[in-house]
Design a protein around this ligand. Structure first.
Ligand SMILES: Nc1ncnc2c1ncn2[C@@H]1O[C@H](COP(=O)(O)OP(=O)(O)OP(=O)(O)O)[C@@H](O)[C@H]1O
Length: 442
């Protein structure tokens, strides 16, 4: 009987690629006795994979070499080599633990179909879609979506999770905000159930964690996450994360974690441009069955640029008020209803405010922006500030020229054209532009 497993293994080695045998089958320990061949695997992943991919063939071989003996596969190790681990969790115990205690938390409303694509989120959308279509593929594992608040990161992450489950209903997808990961870990600490915590997290097929900037400064959480990450990554489970900025810029994030995050694909989600904002408002209105004329969508999109959540808020306000008052949503009605909201957005953005923000951003003095010096280090920020003034305020070109030390309106026009071209062609300038817009509008 003792030779059954070596015989099976020899046959499997002849049939399968060497790396598969090495990764999945060699780590199994075998024990034969009482009419039973017991296979022990080092952890639940190996059990799962062996069961999914190889158990059928192993069963055939066992029957061939020792007809009539039983076969079992579970997490654990041979009693003689590890007496302390005498009560190994069986695969049957380990596997269902995750779904029963950890619901997926996915919101099924988020899908790729109801996500509006634009220049600002195109890469993020395609990356999330590919991660969902080929979960665990090294090209996008981990997938990190980063960018400002309310720009659709959670939407894309959830859409990916939903699609993974749609394609494979048995897949265990777990979505958590980083605070929830932290709380679950703290609870496990208190209950002395860290082993179970680890097993649960490490046994999912896809782990989605939102807003990982909250891990900053929490060393123990980062460490646990690091281990979870490694375990999932090694077994080609998909990891999707979001962060409010590029993780390298997050203070208090461990360097080894930062470097892990950079292994896969990191994609920035930018604030949407005007056309995308308008398309989002129209699409949300349509989904909710709100009759929203295009000119009202343009009005909202023009005035509200900070984030998509605010656009939705404006639409909801209009829909609720229109419904309550029994009025159609027209431009006049929108201006009247959203007056305070629009004014609040507008007020925050004055030319003075723009000049100060741009000067701070480039570490200059406001006087430098208004002065006559034309060195490149001053000229570009000055053009940026003028272009932002044109984009974000209602002031005319001559008024903007005046506010920038009495410059001619053609200078302002030239600045807006130069910056528009640079934003299209130069990644660094686009990043500066997007960051400044965010600072001024959030
Ligand atoms: N391109 C888009 N198309 C359709 N809806 C969008 C789009 N971008 C964002 N939204 C919607 O905007 C709202 C806010 O998006 P989401 O919660 O995904 O933002 P976030 O980037 O995760 O923000 P935070 O960092 O604050 O969590 C959601 O209701 C989402 O559906």
């Amino acid at each position: 009987m003792d030779s059954v497993w070596p015989q099976c293994l020899a046959r499997l080695e002849a049939e399968l690629p060497a790396d598969e045998v090495h990764t999945w089958l060699k780590p199994l320990q075998a024990e034969a006795g009482d009419g039973q061949l017991r296979l022990y695997a080092p952890n639940a992943f190996v059990v799962e994979t062996v069961r999914d991919r190889y158990l059928g063939r192993i069963r055939e071989l066992v029957a061939y070499f020792a007809d009539g003996i039983g076969l079992s596969l579970e997490v654990g190790s041979l009693r003689r080599t590890a007496p302390a681990a005498a009560a190994p969790a069986t695969a049957a115990e380990t596997r269902p633990a995750a779904p029963s205690t950890l619901p997926s938390n996915l919101d099924s409303h988020y899908s790729f179909d109801n996500f509006v694509e634009g220049r600002s989120n195109q890469l993020g959308r395609i990356a999330a879609l590919q991660a969902a279509q080929k979960p665990g593929d090294r090209a996008h594992n981990p997938l990190l979506l980063y960018g400002g608040t309310g720009l659709g990161k959670t939407h894309l992450m959830m859409a990916a999770g939903n699609l993974i489950r749609q394609q494979n209903p048995a897949a265990r997808v777990l979505y958590l905000r980083s605070e929830q990961f932290f709380s679950a870990m703290m609870r496990a600490f208190q209950d002395k159930s860290m082993d179970q915590f680890k097993r649960q997290f490490q046994s999912v097929d896809a782990l989605l964690i939102d807003d990982i900037q909250f891990f900053a400064g929490k060393d123990r959480t980062q460490e646990e996450f690091f281990h979870t990450f490694n375990a999932l990554f090694d077994f080609n489970r998909q990891i999707i994360l979001t962060c409010d900025r590029y993780p390298r810029e997050v203070d208090g994030m461990e360097p080894r974690l930062k470097s892990r995050l950079a292994w896969g694909l990191s994609v920035a989600i930018e604030p949407p441009d005007f056309e995308t904002r308008a398309a989002i408002v129209l699409s949300k209105a349509q989904q909710r069955g709100v009759a929203l004329p295009e000119d009202v969508a343009y009005l909202i999109a023009k005035k509200m640029r900070s984030n998509v959540r605010d656009l939705e808020g404006a639409l909801n306000t209009l829909a609720a008020r229109g419904n309550f008052m029994g009025r159609a949503i027209t431009v006049e009605f929108a201006q009247e209803t959203l007056r305070d909201l629009l004014r609040a957005q507008q007020q925050a953005i004055s030319i003075t405010n723009i000049q100060k923000t741009v000067a701070d951003y480039y570490q200059l003095r406001v006087a430098d922006l208004l002065g006559k010096k034309r060195t490149r280090s001053l000229a570009r920020p000055r053009q940026m500030a003028m272009a932002l003034a044109k984009e974000l305020t209602e002031h005319s070109l001559p008024e903007i020229g005046d506010a920038f030390g009495g410059r001619d309106h053609t200078t302002v026009l030239h600045a807006t054209r130069v910056i528009r071209d640079l934003v299209e062609t130069d990644g660094k300038q686009r990043e500066d532009w997007d960051k400044l817009i965010r600072k001024l509008t959030e």
